[in-house]
Write a protein that binds this ligand. Structure first.
Ligand SMILES: [Zn+2]
Length: 382
């Protein structure tokens, strides 16, 4: 599980532990051994990562990516969005339904994949994401024959070690205000979170945003929460009553940047009114990795540029997503004894342009991945 490793002299930001200070992080045999100032390496075989001037965080978690290549033509290789980008843990958000989950699982279990991949599963038997939205074009994303609740429950149970929740496209069949797909997910999810896609799809209509917000449970997650024209704001740019009620009830907002699903303008308006994301995620897939999303670090930079403090940005990519998926006992903080997942980031100073796909802003500081420790081993960012 890797040799002993000392990450020396970085700014360690661990919001769950209340830590933001210059410190060393010592890991050995795949576990965090100690965090604190001036740790002495306990023997001469310790590898040292010089993190002076760098930011050291618990292993970053990207709550929304697509990483089962071959299951459709939409996915990226897990390590490209994961460890090669400084992110030890990623959650595939509904690339697979129940009937194809065995193929998804091959990517999750592949020993050549160094990134920890967890899954939100679509409740349909057949769902996969393609460039042409084939499951919507053929209207199987809104066909009740595509739902088999017993099968979905059985697949969830059999893959309980890696499926941390459900991902639902809230399409409807007869009643335009009720999504049987969302209702099915609620029947089988138990206390696992359900992530819903906010916004429309081509070919298959979805229930209106007020009905969607009302249907969600505490702990459920709205991804693409900061997109334009979503129905979360009224004509005067104020949060709707349904959004206020949902947020008070504990429904959570996730960034899910993607190509057209995040707008600085919407984020500014919602942030001003106190609607901050619980989690920052990318929705990385073939459509948006080159532009405008690029990486989790770049998406974090955008939130930082919008006025979220750096420790809060780190919380939104470490302890918060860990809590959302009920993995806070193992992920999201750097306590001794925990699995050694650590991310190291650089703050570049200069003039940088960032695009949300619509608007370009200029920033003077940018986060960039240097590398990460995953299960005790150091992996430099590619
Ligand atoms: Zn997605």
């Amino acid at each position: 599980m890797g040799t002993a490793l000392l990450i020396r002299g970085g700014r360690v930001i661990d919001p769950q532990a209340g830590r933001d200070e210059t410190a060393d992080v010592l890991v050995d045999a795949g576990r965090v051994v100690a965090v604190g100032p001036d740790l002495e390496a306990f023997d001469s075989n310790v590898d040292v990562i010089d993190a002076r001037g760098l930011v050291v965080t618990p292993g970053l978690i990207d709550l929304h990516v697509h990483v089962y290549p071959g299951l459709g033509d939409f996915c990226l290789e897990p390590d490209r969005v994961g460890v090669d980008s400084g992110v030890p843990t990623v959650i595939d958000a509904g690339t697979s339904g129940a009937a194809t989950f065995g193929l998804a699982r091959k990517w999750i279990d592949d020993p050549s994949v160094r990134t920890q991949v967890l899954a939100l599963m679509d409740p349909c038997q057949i769902y996969f994401a393609t460039k042409d939205f084939i499951c919507h074009k053929l209207e199987i994303a809104n066909d009740l024959r595509n739902l088999d609740i017993d099968l979905t429950a059985a697949v969830l149970e059999a893959n309980d070690d890696v499926v941390v929740g459900m991902k639902v496209r809230a399409c409807y069949v007869d009643d335009p205000n009720v999504s049987p797909f969302l209702e099915a997910a609620k029947k089988v999810a138990g206390d696992r979170p359900i992530m819903v896609h906010l916004g429309r799809f081509p070919f298959t209509p979805t229930i209106p945003t007020p009905e969607l917000l009302r249907a969600l449970r505490p702990g459920d997650v709205i991804t693409h929460a900061f997109r334009g024209a979503s129905g979360m704001l009224d004509r005067d740019g104020q949060a709707t009553e349904d959004l206020r009620d949902a947020a008070e009830r504990g429904v959570l907002l996730d960034v899910g940047h993607s190509g057209t699903d995040f707008r600085f303008a919407t984020a500014r308006t919602l942030f001003e009114q106190g609607y901050l994301p619980t989690t920052i995620s990318t929705d990385l897939n073939v459509f948006n990795v080159d532009h405008p999303v690029v990486s989790l670090a770049q998406t974090m930079t955008k939130m930082w540029a919008l006025g979220v403090s750096l420790p809060d940005v780190v919380a939104m990519t470490t302890c918060n997503p860990a809590r959302v998926i009920h993995r806070e006992a193992e992920l999201g903080t750097l306590e001794p004894g925990r699995s050694a997942n650590v991310s190291v980031l650089r703050i570049d100073e200069g003039e940088f342009e960032l695009s949300d796909g619509y608007e370009t802003i200029s920033v003077t500081q940018r986060l960039a991945p240097v590398g990460c420790v995953r299960a005790g081993s150091w992996i430099a960012a590619a």
